[in-house]
Design a protein around this ligand. Structure first.
Ligand code: RIB
Length: 294
């Protein structure tokens, strides 16, 4: 079981010919609205990968549909509070190359109470996973509590803030960062990448793929080559699939391969939560297009 303390956003997605320059008013080519938030995307990915996930988070009464989409995907939504606040939202521009930039409004995402987290973790058992990122409040409280209950803590340090990472480090079993962020963590802690003090370290390295350190073991996974349409949520898709595989007891290399394939498939589709692929499609994709190397 994976307990995911995660953001839930209304994503407003604009396809644009290029990113607007300062002072420019730009007409978008198309617009769509849907469920997003790094946390919600990860929960959807876990559920679509066949994993069991309890989502912990908060929304306002203005977007109850976000909770329904999570439930329809198979996530347990009992840990989602409906508060007197606006639901978080994201303004996402996606350019012609499929790259994005994102502006967030946190809203209810940062009003998750300690009591809500404690109640949601009441049914957690030792050996379960606790997953979180930086779009919600009370992360260190929750991670400390999860650790005390014998859960393993996976932390995606996004959106990245080195101070937040330093605060979380004592409670983290698995840290996920990109290469540039890893360098900032090293600088802040005065350690080399190998010495970052976590048992499991996942680093995304752009075109060089992904590396994963688990204790003394080292793994690499090449990216699957696809024609990018929209990279938004690819990292969330990767993490959700990866966690679902780890929680199911799969070997790290197999988990990495499945997660990389799921992220690649996501990149071929526009959107965030709604574009996260189903397990059968990921399996079919792996059969039809093996990565160059791993
Ligand atoms: O990682 C993509 C997500 O980041 C979007 O869904 C957006 O809501 C922001 O949280």
């Amino acid at each position: 079981m994976i307990f995911n303390l995660g953001s839930i956003n209304i994503d407003h997605i604009y396809n644009v010919p290029h990113f607007p320059a300062p002072g420019e008013t730009l007409l978008s080519d198309s617009y769509s609205k849907g469920l997003g938030g790094k946390g919600a995307n990860q929960s959807i990915a876990i559920a679509r990968a066949g994993g069991q996930v309890v989502h912990i988070g908060a929304i306002g009464g203005d977007a109850l549909w976000t909770r329904e989409i999570l439930a329809e995907a198979g996530a347990d939504i009992a840990g989602i509070a409906v508060l007197k606040s606006a639901t978080g939202h994201a303004i996402i521009n996606v350019d012609a190359k499929g790259e994005n930039n994102i502006v967030l409004y946190d809203g209810a995402n940062v009003l998750v109470s300690e009591g809500q987290i404690s109640a949601a973790l009441a049914s957690a058992k030792a050996g379960d996973w606790f997953l979180l990122q930086n779009e919600v409040n009370n992360g260190p409280f929750a991670a400390k509590l999860a650790r005390a209950k014998g859960l393993k803590v996976a932390y995606v340090a996004a959106p990245f803030e080195v101070g937040k990472v330093k605060n979380m480090m004592p409670f983290v079993d698995l840290l996920s960062v990109n290469e540039g962020e890893a360098a900032m963590v090293c600088e802040a802690l005065g350690v080399s990448e190998d010495e970052i003090p976590v048992e499991k370290l996942l680093i995304t390295r752009g075109s060089a793929g992904i590396t994963y350190r688990d204790g003394a073991s080292r793994y690499t996974q090449a990216a699957f080559e696809v024609e990018p349409v929209d990279t938004t949520g690819a990292g969330d898709t990767f993490m959700g699939y990866f966690m679902a595989q780890l929680d199911a007891g799969k070997a790290p290399q197999e988990a990495l391969r499945m997660a990389a394939a799921a992220a690649a498939l996501k990149v071929t589709k526009k959107g965030t939560a709604g574009a996260i692929p189903l397990l059968e499609d990921v399996a079919g994709f792996i059969r039809s297009s093996p990565p160059k190397s791993s």
